[in-house]
Ligand binder design. Sequence first.
Ligand SMILES: Cc1cc2nc3c(=O)[nH]c(=O)nc-3n(C[C@H](O)[C@H](O)[C@H](O)COP(=O)(O)OP(=O)(O)OC[C@H]3O[C@@H](n4cnc5c(N)ncnc54)[C@H](O)[C@@H]3O)c2cc1C
Length: 459
Amino acid sequence: MARFRDVDVTVLGGGLAGSEAAWQLAERGHRVALVEMKPAATSPAHGTPLLCELVCTNSLRSDDPATPAGLLKQELRRMGSLVIGCAERHRVPAGAALAVERFGFGREVTARIAAHENIRLERRAVDAFPDGPVIVATGPLTGGGLSESVRELFGGDKLYFYDAIAPIVSAESVDPDRSFFGSRYGKTAGGGAACEGDGAEGDYINCPLGEEEYADLVLALREGRRVRPHAFEEGRYFEGCLPIEVIADRGQDALRYGPLKPVGLRDPRTGKQPYAVVQLRPENRYLSAYNLVGFQTRLAYPEQRRIFRMIPALAEAEFLRYGSIHRNTYIDAPRLLGEELELVTRPEVRFAGLIAGVEGYIESCALGLLVALFTAARLEGGAQPPPPQTTALGGLYHHVTRSRGAGEPFSPTNVNFGLMPRVEGKHKKRERRRLAAERAARDIEGWISDGGARAPWSA
Ligand SMILES: Cc1cc2nc3c(=O)[nH]c(=O)nc-3n(C[C@H](O)[C@H](O)[C@H](O)COP(=O)(O)OP(=O)(O)OC[C@H]3O[C@@H](n4cnc5c(N)ncnc54)[C@H](O)[C@@H]3O)c2cc1C
């Protein structure tokens, strides 16, 4: 339990970015006040007093370093990320992905932060920027009067867009005779049977659809009643998190080539690849609840029940949570932030996480880690060089600080290979990605050993 009075840095928001930032600063010997508004105040999406609450899916995405998300995790792991360390200890089966049992994960992060001798955890909503070095990591649903303060500081023209969350169904309500276990191409997290006791191969429950069933579903999604946006919100979606009905609107086959793609899956009853497949991913290690992968939606609740029950395996589905829409707050980072993620007009204030212009749990954690390095270096009288753009961390950093061309609007991004320079030479896609991943692994080591990022790396 921290007993100090004076702090070196105040971190606002105990989510993915704020918890990581506070931890990294504290591990370097700096005294941190981490201010979290829960449980006194909560956003519409947060529901627990825990730090690092995962508000939607429990997946931190692929763990394969040849994918962008896997590569970023590898770099974060290498740098002693608190979030990734805790996630690994609370892993649930999810194919090649790192998915977690969210409450155990959140409890461990909270306990470790609360017990750190250099962190003072304060539970209150912040309305204005405090004096001294500050890291703003209050996330997509920034609350209290702070969103007003941010809006006043920058003007309110680029602060909102939408995301949508997917429904969860109870495992026992999924029809086992109309579904089968399995991960695409037979990949499993542990390489063996994923569901203890049932002998089933693979981690996902797959709900196959025939051609007619698929066509009926697409039509229903297009015609289903949707929740209307509030007047103050404008309908811009993040491309990687489109509502299922918006994808359905894009064409008859858009879902079959998107979240319902059947490739790499074979229905054991027919021995064939189904026409389309809805995948359900475990929500917890007890495998008692499953998330409908890619079914984030703004359909009205009764419509979700009616339409998603058209999927044969979900005909009797019990919905533990329905999908919904939400607000997302972020700043025009490339215009407002400098090289160290600091406000150009007020350099003691730095931004991290989703509000700074990245999308996703691990991306937010990555910016939290990076902003801590910049802040720590300044507190120690030095300067932290940014990570090379050839790394996943560097790709994100460059997107946030430098991506905006003249007159182009800025929007948050997930980590992807497009953020890094292309590998020279003619290569097939898979080989190019492998080479990019190899180059990133080499360059992150170079950055660290050149004194670019100082130890300690512990978590
Ligand atoms: C409904 C919803 C669904 C999402 N689904 C996904 C998903 O499936 N996958 C994914 O990768 N990402 C998803 N996201 C994006 C997700 O929020 C981010 O990826 C990640 O949580 C952002 O991390 P962060 O640290 O920036 O913000 P958060 O994790 O939201 O943390 C911010 C913290 O700041 C606190 N706070 C806010 N205002 C104040 C204040 N004034 N004073 C003190 N504390 C404050 C909040 O209580 C919160 O604990 C979703 C977001 C929302 C809102």
